[in-house]
Design a protein around this ligand. Structure first.
Ligand SMILES: [Zn+2]
Ligand SMILES: [Zn+2]
Length: 300
């Protein structure tokens, strides 16, 4: 029997407010190993409803330094600590990760002292400690960690002007899952996705974006429409994902980081992925917050 290899979706949204979708966050579950990937707004609150105890997460990865991928990290640190973590959290990410963690820990410093003063040795002092390793940016997959058979590789993607920005490739028990991070269409993502059993890809529906921009313009909200018009340049469109996955022989696509914001309404979800199955024959789904998706061996 194959070992458990799943991706838990904590947040499937973007910076744009959405009642159903928090900021970006996933947990990669491989056997008994749990790896957090990003922790955007609200993502830490989704860990327990996703069926995961925060204290079992010993490793966290960050894809890039955008707020919608990091601002719930201090909450995660506290949840993990108060849930009984006794070992330092290992954190990996691109350049800037150490500075981010240092800033959050500085912000938490007083409260860490208050909690220890109040709860004493019920809270292990190592549970809040963080060990950061910044990973070099390479376009080809770079192996940086092996956790009881879970091989973790990073690759640089194109989210310019956010430099560097990473996607991650996870191999476990003969299966491969690729998480795109935030990116526009780029060769490094296509190369990393080659032969993957599961591609978890950020996704933008361009016609929906254009409709929203036109609506803002019609309402005279030109500043807002101008800001929204900047968004497509550093994200990947649904038709591009379908073509990439087809060419790369991907087994299954799960869309996340959904832009523009849509709810879980089935009509909106169906409209979001419209046209993709004309190009890509495998299963396609739009992830929901707290959903868990198994990484299944793709048919050869
Ligand atoms: Zn993002
Ligand atoms: Zn981003």
């Amino acid at each position: 029997m194959s070992e458990r290899f799943e991706i838990a979706f904590l947040g499937t949204g973007s910076p744009l407010p959405n009642p159903d979708r928090c900021g970006a966050g996933n947990v990669v579950v491989a056997g008994d190993t749990h790896v957090l990937v990003d922790c955007g707004w609200g993502a830490a609150r989704r860990i327990l409803p996703s069926g995961i105890r925060p204290s079992v997460i010993d490793t966290a990865l960050f894809t890039h330094m955008h707020t919608d991928h990091m601002t719930d990290f201090p909450d995660f640190l506290f949840l993990r600590w108060t849930a009984g973590a006794q070992t330092p959290l290992r954190v990996f990410g691109p350049e800037g990760t150490a500075e981010m963690v240092e800033g959050f820990l500085l912000a938490l410093r007083r409260d860490i002292g208050f909690r220890i003063a109040h709860h004493g040795d019920k809270l292990h002092p190592d549970g809040i400690r963080v060990e950061v390793t910044e990973i070099p940016a390479t376009p080809e997959p770079h192996a940086f960690l092996d956790l009881t058979g879970l091989r973790c590789e990073s690759f640089e993607v194109d989210h310019f002007p956010v430099v560097p920005a990473f996607g991650y490739r996870f191999s476990f028990d003969g299966r491969v899952a690729v998480l795109s991070g935030d990116t526009s269409l780029c060769d490094s993502l296509a190369a990393a996705a080659r032969g993957a059993d599961l591609l978890v890809c950020e996704a933008m529906n361009l016609p929906m974006m254009e409709q929203r921009i036109a609506g803002l313009n019609a309402a005279g909200m030109t500043r807002e429409s101008g800001l929204l018009s900047d968004v497509p340049s550093y994200h990947i469109a649904t038709d591009q994902i379908a073509a990439l996955a087809h060419d790369a022989g991907v087994g299954e696509i799960v869309l996340t980081h959904i832009i523009p914001p849509i709810t879980n309404d089935p009509g909106q979800v169906a409209a979001f992925g419209a046209g993709m199955s004309d190009v890509y024959a495998g299963p396609i789904r739009v992830a929901r917050d707290t959903e868990r998706v198994a990484v299944v061996k793709r048919p050869s």
